[in-house]
Ligand binder design. Structure first.
Ligand SMILES: [Zn+2]
Length: 305
């Protein structure tokens, strides 16, 4: 019998990336198309389908997993709106892809896909339950328990980046105030640094270079950011009691500048009984398309059948 395969599709800000994967997480084929912000529903759906279609040469593909930023409805498979594509509204992603290719389609928030991918193919795959935080432009989160993703009612749960760090604090991209991602994320670091210095940085690497060079303001922003993130993770641990907490995303490239301090601050703030068992680590930054393909593997394709 030929091995089962899954297609994973990662819808990002500037491109749609699709990959064909086997159960070992090996990428056998891939396809990428660029996108621009000014896309109508119809044109956007056409690009998604055109990215997937070159990968359908094999007969043994068991499904298509799709991940994108939300808000979305994972039950009906609609993307409700998108910060990257402002013209999109109520896009029927799952139905369109299912009708076109006659395969099962699963659709979830990209941070949830990242968490599932980490639990299937990351170094923490032996953990019974796993909380994953994606540290990038903002902060995303996903929770996997016994191989199954928990994404809340219709798929918009575990939005860890929008838990409150400072009541009535700095304005967040979501429109509310004081969210943790306003204090620990690329956008958060850039905005907090601009507030203090009138100097607008372009990326997180520049921010961490300033920290390394001993810049007083950057160091203070990072110190407070770590504290905010540690308190947020503490809350999440007391709520979910995961076996492991794993950090992924672009900002983990600078893990050596904050990882140890963050881990220490989290451990210092949780129940001792949780601390003894909890694992905290940096993850592998797997491809978004592999995370999306994990949606197919998690729907009845795991282990011997
Ligand atoms: Zn927010």
């Amino acid at each position: 019998m030929k091995e089962d395969l899954a297609i994973g599709v990662d819808i990002g800000g500037g491109s749609v990336k699709a990959g064909l994967f086997n159960r070992l997480g090996e990428e056998l084929d891939k396809s990428v198309l660029q996108t621009s912000g000014e896309l109508s529903n119809a044109r956007f759906l056409e690009i998604v389908q055109n990215t997937i279609s070159p990968l359908l040469k094999e007969k043994n593909i068991r499904g298509i997993g799709i991940g994108s930023p939300g808000p979305l409805d994972s039950e009906t498979g609609y993307l409700l709106s998108s910060a990257n594509f402002p013209l999109l509204k109520n896009v029927p992603i799952s139905k369109t892809v299912r009708d076109r290719f006659s395969l099962p389609v699963y659709y979830e928030n990209d941070a949830n896909c990242a968490a599932l991918g980490e639990s299937y193919f990351g170094e923490s795959k032996s953990y019974e339950s796993l909380l994953v935080l994606t540290l990038g432009t903002g902060i995303g989160g996903g929770f996997v328990d016994k191989g199954k993703l928990f994404s809340g009612y219709k798929g918009n749960g575990i939005e860890i980046g929008h838990m409150t760090s400072v009541i009535d604090g700095a304005i967040c991209g979501c429109g509310q105030k004081g969210c943790v991602e306003s204090y620990f994320s690329t956008r958060g670091f850039i905005n907090r640094y601009a507030e203090k210095t009138n100097n607008r940085l372009t990326n997180a690497a520049d921010f961490f270079d300033l920290v390394k060079a001993g810049d007083k303001d950057a160091k203070e922003i990072l110190r407070f950011g770590i504290l905010c993130l540690a308190e947020t993770v503490r809350n999440a641990i007391h709520l979910l009691n995961p076996e492991g907490v794993v950090f992924v995303g672009g900002i983990t490239e600078s893990w050596d500048q904050f990882g140890e301090d963050l881990s220490h601050k989290i451990r210092a703030r949780i129940f001792p009984v949780l601390n003894e068992r909890l694992k905290i680590k940096r993850g592998k930054n797997l491809a978004g398309s592999l995370g999306a393909a994990s949606l197919v593997f998690s729907h009845g394709m795991r282990g011997p059948e």
